[in-house]
Design a protein around this ligand. Sequence first.
Ligand SMILES: Cc1cc2nc3c(=O)[nH]c(=O)nc-3n(C[C@H](O)[C@H](O)[C@H](O)COP(=O)(O)OP(=O)(O)OC[C@H]3O[C@@H](n4cnc5c(N)ncnc54)[C@H](O)[C@@H]3O)c2cc1C
Length: 382
Amino acid sequence: MSANDRAELEEFQRGFGRWLDEHREDLEPLRSLPPELDAQFAVQRRLQRQLYDAGWLRRGWPEQIGGLGGSVVVRGALAEGLTRHGYTFPFALGMIEVLAPSVTRFAAPELAAEMFPRFLSGDELWCQGFSEPEAGSDLGSLRTRAVDEGEHWRVNGQKIWTSWAQFAQRCVLLVRTGEQAEGFRGVTALFVDMDSPGITVRPLRAMSGDEEFSELFFDDVLVPKSRTVGAVGAGVAVTMAVLENERGVLAWQRQTWLHQRLRALVAEHRLEQSSAGRIGEVYASLYALKLRSRDTFRAVVAGQVIGPRSSVDKILLSTGEKAVFDAVFDLLPDHTLFDDEPGARQWRHEHAYSRASSIYGGTAEVQRNILAERILSLPRER
Ligand SMILES: Cc1cc2nc3c(=O)[nH]c(=O)nc-3n(C[C@H](O)[C@H](O)[C@H](O)COP(=O)(O)OP(=O)(O)OC[C@H]3O[C@@H](n4cnc5c(N)ncnc54)[C@H](O)[C@@H]3O)c2cc1C
């Protein structure tokens, strides 16, 4: 990390920590989340708005799109400051890290400048419409089709597992604009208004109990050509950028949160001495994740391409997440299985959600293939 980045990071950490302390009382109602998803979004949106209005959330984003400029490094420090002060990290901030850098990089500059401030301030949420019933790991086989109609694309098809789509105003959507046989070369990214006529959103209940994702149906949906993100047929570049973003700032934010949950397990429960070995094991797993994630995050801060090695980050992230919540279940079985108070419900919910960590953003099996083929040069699967 450059000396400038380090100085900016330290200044941000001090200032943000002071601000959180000074606003402790007004922010107190935003510290814990209600059980219902709608109410959780409402609380998190209020926290996001306060962070935006105070300028903390705008730091580290380019001025051309409504940010305050400065180094990306402060975006990681924002998550650390929040979790250290006991706030949950708003879901929307993760989504911003995944989608906004790619839209900013590939969409028309006026579109990014118009839309990004709405996303960052919490006035809007965006969702990621990539996966389909027959195309998840292999996005090159997707079938949602966009037909060229001059000024517009006409979109027909179905998406699935689209997180928080029922709350979203926009969708970064992958569609087929070329032939099926072209695979990923025939895929294009579009930026779609979720209130466009012809879109139906059908929420799906995950095992955590939340309607975490949805099916999306597109029935003759007209999308202006000006909403094409990147070149026609260049959807693979947008997709790769989105996946890289997940491994960069977002992974750093998530490991911060996992460390906080491990600290909570130790601080809030009287664990037996015999638990020490298990806790040590989980700590080592999170520590490895933190070191790996720090390297990747620093590469992102320096503007470098992070490449296939980031599959290691994804594997460590899912292994670490499962390790934390498996340990909670094994060490506190009565509490996690039978108690009906908010703390126990939160552990149960997080345990259920952690099962998904080796699926979303590229499954663990696919990450291992990438390492074998692209780092270790094993023959590619055909
Ligand atoms: C909580 C959650 C949130 C999600 N949010 C979104 C979202 O917002 N937007 C979105 O577009 N998608 C989202 N997804 C979908 C996610 O991206 C897909 O589930 C994932 O890419 C896997 O695709 P699939 O489910 O079709 O499984 P498949 O690709 O059908 O895989 C099934 C199994 O086969 C294995 N497999 C597949 N190919 C290979 C291979 N080549 N070698 C070895 N094993 C292989 C996989 O590892 C897996 O175990 C979300 C998923 C979850 C769980």
